[in-house]
Design a binder for this molecule. Structure first.
Ligand code: UDX
Length: 445
């Protein structure tokens, strides 16, 4: 019978570090593996190179209990673990739209060669359909002939900001396997979730790979759908939030992911819809996912619209004018600025000559690596003082709670663009603010 005691997680980025800590929380002995010794040293000390609520505490807890450790030594891990999770990145290829498979391929091949014990390799990374079958062949070719090593696919659906919760109490578990024995191993890994009746979807490789990209493509489509209607209400009038509420009451539609605004960003949705289109085009099916091109275009138009509104409000001249950008991460509770709509808006205004001051509770450090010449302030106050325009680009709780009274006497001119539709217009208008939202028809006096 299959014993699962020791688990390795290859790749200790966002996904891997979270998965490793959560597996330790479930009671397994876990090792996180990475080729970057610096990362291993800081994780061992409980320091994370990114912001994720609750995760540093969980890592420190299990480094202390002894159930969690980190190493760069793949050979040691190959002799030790019963189950190996592959959690390395699949970024967008430089200068292209497909997924860069170098890390997954290299990690899988090196692992297969290092394994000296019967074990299961489980892919978690988001990959083009067909990858698992290809990797299964690679493992068979690279592994030691004396050991039994097979491959399974188990996509991950965690959201940044809720990574620990999503991993410990997932909405569903999807496992693609080629044998019942491999599925049985994964049932042991996830026994706790199964005890809570978490839906368990046991399927083939292709379905498991596609579930992940289909889910992200659907979410992206839902956001662009409402944002396309925002383009209409911007022209004819109407209230995009009321529209979303009203259609969202239909349980077949649902209210979630219908918040119109500056659009989606981050390390997943944008790259995943592009990689999916690229993959189906390779398969000769480019027409099947062509609508995702529109989804992408609608999304990118929102950023341009936010910039155009800023130009309008500043009489088409932004040069030297102080603009406060509130929120630079792609969403709240994260310090991730990958493909961030707010950062894009800030950078466009900065490049147009505006004096951009960014305030973000977590994201400034990462943003400054990309755009070092933009000004990042330590307080909201510093960003808005003497600003001629305020733009709210990420709906952090402290920005949602903003009132005109907070800003009335700081700014030079009372102009605000709420690019996330989280503020209450009448309240601002009562204080003589020129108040604009994406999805709202501009009021002309
Ligand atoms: C996403 C998926 O939700 C997750 O299941 C998958 O594993 C990884 O990709 P994440 O990137 O963490 O997770 O962010 P998510 O919360 O999905 O938000 C994505 C983007 O959409 C953010 O920029 C957010 O601001 C935007 N968004 C979300 C909207 O613009 N409107 C909405 O209604 C919802």
């Amino acid at each position: 019978s299959v014993i699962v005691e020791n688990i390795s997680v290859i790749g200790t980025g966002y996904l891997g570090a979270t998965h490793a800590a959560c597996m330790a929380e479930l009671g397994f002995n876990v090792v996180g593996v990475d080729i970057d010794p610096g990362k291993i040293a800081s994780l061992s000390a409980g320091d994370l190179p990114f912001h994720e609520p609750g995760l540093p505490e969980l890592i420190r807890k299990h480094v202390t209990t002894g159930r969690l450790r980190f190493t760069t030594d793949l050979d040691e891990v190959g002799a030790w673990a019963d189950v190996h999770f592959i959690a390395v990145g699949t970024p967008q290829v430089r200068g292209g739209t497909g997924a860069d498979m170098t890390y997954v391929d290299t990690a899988t091949a090196s692992l297969a060669r290092a394994i000296t014990k019967d074990s299961l390799i489980v892919g978690k990374s988001t990959v083009p359909v067909g990858t698992a079958a290809r990797l299964a062949d690679l493992v068979a070719e690279q592994k030691n002939p004396d050991v039994d090593v097979s491959l399974a696919w188990n996509p991950e659906f965690l959201r940044e900001g809720f990574a620990v919760k999503d991993t410990l109490t997932p909405d569903r578990l999807v496992v693609g396997t080629t044998s019942q024995a491999d599925e049985a191993v994964l049932r042991r890994v996830y026994a706790e979730a199964l005890n809570r009746n978490t839906p368990w979807i046991a399927t083939d490789f292709q379905t498991a790979e596609l579930v992940k990209v289909a889910a992200n493509a659907f979410l992206a489509t839902k956001i662009s759908f409402i944002n396309a209607f925002a383009e209409v209400t911007e022209t004819v009038g109407g209230n995009i939030t009321t529209l979303a509420d009203a259609i969202g009451h239909d349980t077949r539609i649902g209210r979630k992911f219908l918040n119109a605004g500056v659009g989606f960003g981050g390390g997943c949705l944008p790259k995943d819809i592009r990689a999916l289109q690229t993959r189906v085009a390779e398969l000769g099916l480019d027409h099947s996912m062509r609508f995702l091109d529109e989804v992408d275009q609608i999304n990118l138009r929102r950023r341009k619209k936010a910039v155009a509104l800023a130009f309008d409000l500043l009489s088409q001249d932004v040069i030297g004018k102080k603009i406060a950008v509130l929120g630079i991460t792609f969403k709240p509770l994260s310090d991730d600025v990958r493909d961030s709509p707010g950062l894009d808006v800030a950078a466009r205004l900065f490049n147009a000559g505006a004096d951009v001051h960014v305030y973000d509770p977590q994201g400034s450090r990462n943003a400054a690596k990309r755009y070092p010449r933009i000004t990042y302030t330590d307080t909201l106050d510093d960003a808005v003082t003497e600003a001629e325009l305020v733009i709210l680009t990420t709906e952090w709780e402290e920005f949602r709670a903003l009132t005109p009274e907070d800003l009335n006497h700081q700014v030079t001119t009372r102009r605000i663009i709420d690019a996330r539709n989280v503020l209450h217009p009448p309240h601002w208008e009562a204080h003589d603010w020129t108040f604009t939202q994406l999805g709202r028809k501009v009021q002309r006096d």
